[in-house]
Design a protein around this ligand. Structure first.
Ligand code: NI
Length: 226
């Protein structure tokens, strides 16, 4: 399942982050990938240990915690500390799959990457190229979103970032270990949840609504690994 989640950050939050990121020092993005990724990755990132990255990452995590659609779609058990990257001057990231297991920096804990997220911090008019292309069983999907919007997609998918030929593309990205490992099950739960919410808004509560809500939670109880 791919899902566009609008307005994760407000325009003010984006502007503040951009102001601070524009003054920061970027390093070679190959620091955070394995051998296959390193061959095709050409971009820059804030260092893993950057205090600015940690501070801005907390703002992203806080915004996600307050976002019901992100919760419903990703069913997050653990979220990796958000990272920040920059592509300019032809930089790009060739076709790759995100590593399956990542160690959470500064801890002994591992995170299984089930859901990948990219949070755009630039508007599409600010740069040319830089589309995120995600391949799934239905073909290739091109993603370039307004600043503050997020795309989430299964970490199992092959994806790439097209060369940025004008301006700069600045994003935050991170991985989620979901309570529900299987992408199809997560998609079914999201659909059920959204339909229940829409029915409840239209018809109010009723014994059937309680039954459907119970069904959602019983499925989640069956499928979750916590
Ligand atoms: Ni990737």
């Amino acid at each position: 399942m791919m899902l566009h989640i609008p307005g994760v950050l407000t325009r003010e939050q984006v502007a503040d982050m951009r102001r601070r990121l524009d003054e920061s020092q970027w390093v070679d993005g190959r620091a955070t990938v394995g051998t296959q990724g390193a061959k095709v990755k050409q971009n820059r990132q804030l260092p893993d240990t950057s205090p600015l990255g940690a501070e801005l990452g907390q703002i992203v995590l806080q915004a996600l915690a307050n976002h019901p659609l992100f919760f419903s779609a990703a069913l997050p058990l653990r979220i990796s500390p958000p990272l920040f990257n920059c592509y300019a001057g032809g930089e790009h990231y060739g076709a790759h799959v995100d590593g399956s297991m990542r160690r959470i920096p500064g801890s002994a804990q591992w995170l299984r990457t089930d859901v990948s997220s990219t949070l755009f911090l630039c508007d599409p008019e600010e740069y040319d190229g830089g589309e995120l292309i995600v391949t799934d069983q239905y073909g290739e999907h091109e993603v370039k979103l307004p600043a503050g919007d997020l795309i989430l997609y299964p970490s199992t998918s092959i994806h790439r970032v097209q060369p940025v030929t004008r301006g700069a593309r600045i994003c935050s990205f991170f991985w989620t270990q979901s309570m529900v490992r299987d992408d199809m099950r997560r998609g079914m739960l999201l659909e059920l949840d959204q339909n229940i919410q829409s029915l409840r808004a239209r018809l109010g509560d009723s014994p059937e609504m309680v039954g459907l809500t119970g069904h959602y939670h019983n499925l989640l109880r069956q499928w979750s690994e916590v």
